[in-house]
Design a protein around this ligand. Structure first.
Ligand code: FDA
Length: 308
């Protein structure tokens, strides 16, 4: 891992830095490159525009590691309301949630109930609930809740991270139960004992894991490539065509504001593309992870500072 990436990922955990940046106009301007706005209305507006251009979307409210039951309840209520609104508008929009935002650290049983309630509401509106994957020490608890809910409801998928050494076994366990995976490279700072240190190792692992996912993909168990790595996507797409995997059995998900032109080009070529749209005021750790993925993004922040 580069020094810049390691330093940024360490900074992403600083409550003090989050406090310093939260109300600074230059930072909020820079963040808008990756999110249409802080409120849910802006996110839904962006989802509607994407739908008009043939792109699906996934919404996520920013926030993680809540430490009171009341906060976790508020997040659950918010998401239930968002699902009702999406349903009423008929938008092709899914939700993606972080379990620590739904109270995993406070009350795991309540968190599991909330996931179940959200999956039931998603299924009623024909959409899918995606579970994000956070730091490696949350993987067991996250997969535990995922498997418990997936045993009863099919419209739930879970994110797995290619950089973790354990992921091949986790992928086996999810695919064995007929589950859906959103495969990403991994965005957190992890020890070499649990995660690959070199990007090339993660990229190789991604390719191997994704090939296995595609072989398991069907219309009822959609598999998702969550990446902006077009070389990987194009390679896997050729594999899907050769193996006669139906177009609607796999999807590409990318983040709002990253490679927008390529998102539209893929969709125009028949690939199902969904754009993950984040919103909310707790953007600091999430935004710094985006900087860490591509430290050159720091220039946008600095330019925003100079222009303020
Ligand atoms: P890679 O880093 O190799 O980037 C490929 C190319 O994409 C770069 O060369 C650049 O052009 C562009 N790019 C990538 N990141 C960029 C950025 N921040 N700014 C500008 N350009 C960029 N992680 C996690 O640990 N848990 C999770 O639940 C999720 N969820 C998730 C959902 C979705 C839909 C996506 C797309 C990603 C995630 N991630 C995630 C983040 C993921 O782990 C990873 O950090 C980023 O996607 C960056 O890796 P890429 O696969 O894009 O490849």
């Amino acid at each position: 891992m580069s020094l810049a990436r390691a330093a940024l990922l360490r900074a992403s955990r600083s409550a003090w830095l989050a406090e310093q940046f939260r109300d600074r106009e230059f930072a909020r301007r820079a963040v808008r490159r990756f999110m249409p706005g802080e409120n849910v209305g802006a996110a839904i507006g962006a989802a509607a525009s994407l739908a008009a251009s043939g792109l699906g979307s996934v919404l996520t409210a920013l926030g993680e590691r809540v430490n009171t039951r009341a906060d976790a309840e508020a997040v659950r209520t918010h998401y239930l309301e968002v699902l009702d609104f999406i349903h009423a508008q008929g938008l092709p929009t899914h939700l993606s949630v972080k379990l620590t935002h739904l109270g995993l650290d406070v009350d795991p049983a309540f968190c599991a109930e909330s996931v179940e309630a959200l999956v039931e509401r998603s299924a009623a509106s024909g959409t899918m609930l995606w579970i994000d994957m956070e730091e490696s020490h949350y993987v067991d608890a996250t997969l535990g809740i995922y498997h418990r809910v997936q045993a009863k409801h099919s419209r739930v998928g879970v994110c797995l991270q290619a950089y973790l050494r354990r992921t091949p076994a986790d992928l086996d366990s999810v695919l064995a139960t007929g589950g859906s995976v959103r495969l990403v490279k991994g965005a957190y700072r992890e020890a070499e004992a649990v995660a690959f240190g070199r990007k090339a190792e993660t990229d190789n692992a991604y390719l191997t894991l994704a090939n296995r996912m595609l072989r398991a993909a069907t219309r009822d168990r959609v598999q998702v490539l969550g990446t902006h790595d077009l070389a990987l996507v194009n390679h896997l797409r050729r594999h899907a065509v050769t193996a006669a995997i139906p177009d609607d059995a796999w999807e590409v998900h990318m983040l709002y504001g990253i490679r927008a032109r390529e998102q539209r080009a893929l969709a125009a070529n028949g690939v199902t593309v969904r754009v993950l749209i984040s919103y909310g005021t707790h953007w600091f750790p999430w935004y710094v992870r985006r900087l860490a993925e591509r430290p050159a993004n720091m220039w946008f922040l600095l330019r925003s500072l100079v222009g303020s």
